[in-house]
Design a protein around this ligand. Structure first.
Ligand code: ZN
Length: 120
């Protein structure tokens, strides 16, 4: 899927600097409604979860879906998809794929789940 991704953009309030994702109409901190788009390319995994598809669901077949809440470098926490389970506090790069989903890839591979096998 490489090559089909774009940068993740978060939204910074021009009045007070509060940074949000996803965007809201009014800034919750100051009520402003002018936003500056800022790209954010890295983040840190806060909590990873695995979603296992139930039988009969189409997308992705039987492979589990790895999701994590990731604190972006810019501040807001986003939910990202991962190709593999990652430990908390793993440093990841963030991008948005062709289906507008946030995807995370580990930068420091010492955080990988190594030889731990996931039962199918
Ligand atoms: Zn504001």
């Amino acid at each position: 899927m490489n090559g089909a991704t774009t940068s993740l953009e978060v939204h910074e309030c021009t009045q007070c600097g509060t940074t949000l994702f996803p965007a809201r109409y009014f800034c919750p901190a100051c009520g402003g409604k002018n936003w500056l788009a800022r790209t954010t390319q890295t983040g840190v995994v806060m909590e990873a979860t695995v979603v296992r598809h139930r039988a009969g669901e189409g997308e992705g077949g039987a492979s589990p879906l790895h999701l994590a809440s990731v604190r972006t470098q810019a501040g807001p926490v986003v939910i990202a998809r991962m190709e593999m389970p990652l430990a908390d506090e793993t440093l990841v790069s963030l991008a948005v794929d062709a289906l507008h989903r946030i995807v995370a890839h580990p930068i420091d591979t010492t955080g990988l789940a190594g030889d731990h096998h996931v039962d199918q």
